[in-house]
Design a protein around this ligand. Sequence first.
Ligand SMILES: CC(C)(COP(=O)(O)OP(=O)(O)OC[C@H]1O[C@@H](n2cnc3c(N)ncnc32)[C@H](O)[C@@H]1OP(=O)(O)O)[C@@H](O)C(=O)NCCC(=O)NCCS
Length: 273
Amino acid sequence: MTIRELTLDDLDACLDLAGGRGWGREERKWRFLLEGGEGYGITDPAGGLAATVILTRYGSGAAAISMVLVSERYGRQGLGGRIVQHAVERAGGATVFLNATSMGRPLYERLGFRVTGAAAMHLGVFTGRAAGASRVAVPGDLKEIIALDAEVTGADRSETLARYADFAAEIRVIGDGREITGYAGMWHNLTNTVIGPVIAPDTAAARALISDLASQVDRPVRVEVGEDRPELAAWLDGHGVTAGMRTSDMVLGGGPLPGDRGRFFAPIMSALG
Ligand SMILES: CC(C)(COP(=O)(O)OP(=O)(O)OC[C@H]1O[C@@H](n2cnc3c(N)ncnc32)[C@H](O)[C@@H]1OP(=O)(O)O)[C@@H](O)C(=O)NCCC(=O)NCCS
């Protein structure tokens, strides 16, 4: 069973594999990740896919691994380890990071990933009001957003963010009157709207950006919040967006991730950081 590259023709098989593991058939998300990253898979001789992984590069310095799935019938036979190792090798010398479920974590630890933090998935209908502190981003803001994002993440996410501008339902920016000091976006998934990324100068600005986005949505919103953000987590809990599943942030060889993470409040999605 050899590892091959995935294309958009494999999208249905990816969704079947995800569905078989109790994950949603998140077509928009898979399409976004496959178009911007490198998907690898193992064909199931019986039809469909036995395993998947997606590698998303941020320039040559950093790369995210996501969508690690092995179909149940091929579980515990080493496919998961093989396909993640393949993605790591393809990443070259980049700093490789990922967000792990409790099921995936031992596999990554065996490959040399170390836990650098934990996050909780907050989900629910937002009960707060708009803060009115941000404005909708316009195409002319993209350059400044990309520069701010690079300062905070220490990575060149320009290609991903340029594509995210079309993928997102809305991107908002906040500033100090002179320049943009924070930005956040939201995008529609199957049954909820994900708020992310959230990059802000402080917690109050992060809350304002989230309020201005989430107050427009009448279905559940989802935000991934790091355990190093107890204030933000408590505020979300108090506004209907409550903590659920916990995951581990992991970096190959251990952290820390580059950039000024003090201004990083939420990832684009857990698959991308
Ligand atoms: C997590 C997941 C990808 C692991 O895939 P996998 O192919 O079963 O992984 P591996 O076979 O490489 O390793 C799993 C276990 O099988 C063991 N194993 C591997 N080859 C084996 C073999 N030939 N004989 C016996 N055991 C074996 C490994 O040592 C490992 O044991 P451990 O969990 O006790 O450490 C899979 O369970 C999955 O898709 N889960 C649902 C989705 C998910 O949570 N993905 C992770 C997202 S972060």
